[in-house]
Design a binder for this molecule. Structure first.
Ligand code: ZN
Ligand code: ZN
Length: 183
């Protein structure tokens, strides 16, 4: 992942004591620019609403945020495009890349995600993209009730019935039959 010029950058120096509320909404193009050319995620972010509170304690920057997103992803059962809502809370800690400030760190490092930032700016884009990617289910479904495709003829069983001898029972018996033959 790369950060780009058109990104959400926070100037660390200007974060006030009470913290900085940062709210933004982004879409497809924003998410795509998080990836290098040729590196295509298998889903799209249609919309991402992000709100976060950014605070700073002696150079260490804490980001506490909330993401509400809608992604377009192919259903792993019926292969149709599905709109999937995602909601996530996240915490992110960034420490400056300056050796003299490192002894300030007495945080429970295991519990928090800790990264480094360089210079005075923190780019939120790769952080938010990473958080969205972490929320993507391994097997996305258009609906819990999705009937999927017929394994024999490929008909989308959500829309249509087919004439194939169907049901889980049959496919289990087919497996059993193969099993016997193999023995
Ligand atoms: Zn489906
Ligand atoms: Zn069929």
């Amino acid at each position: 992942m790369i950060s780009t010029t058109n990104s959400l950058k926070i100037n660390v120096v200007t974060i006030p004591d009470e913290g900085l509320n940062f709210v933004f909404a982004e879409g497809k193009d924003w998410f795509r620019q998080c990836f290098q050319e040729g590196e295509n995620p298998d889903f799209e972010v249609q919309k991402a609403d992000v709100s976060c509170l950014i605070t700073k304690t002696s150079g260490t920057v804490f980001i506490r945020g909330k993401i509400d997103a809608i992604i377009n992803i192919n259903c792993s059962r019926c292969l149709e495009e599905a709109k999937l809502p995602l909601a996530a809370d996240f915490t992110y800690t960034l420490i400056p890349d300056k050796p003299e400030l490192k002894e300030d760190m007495e945080l429970t490092q295991e519990e928090l995600e800790i990264s480094h930032y360089h210079g005075d700016f923190i780019d939120l884009t790769p952080i938010i993209c990473e958080q969205i990617i972490l929320q993507i289910p391994i097997k996305a479904l258009c609906s819990e009730q999705c009937k999927g495709l017929c394994p024999q003829c490929g008909t989308n069983l959500n829309y249509d019935k087919c004439a194939c001898p169907s049901s889980c029972m049959d496919s289990r018996m087919a497996v059993l039959k193969n099993f016997k033959i193999n023995n």
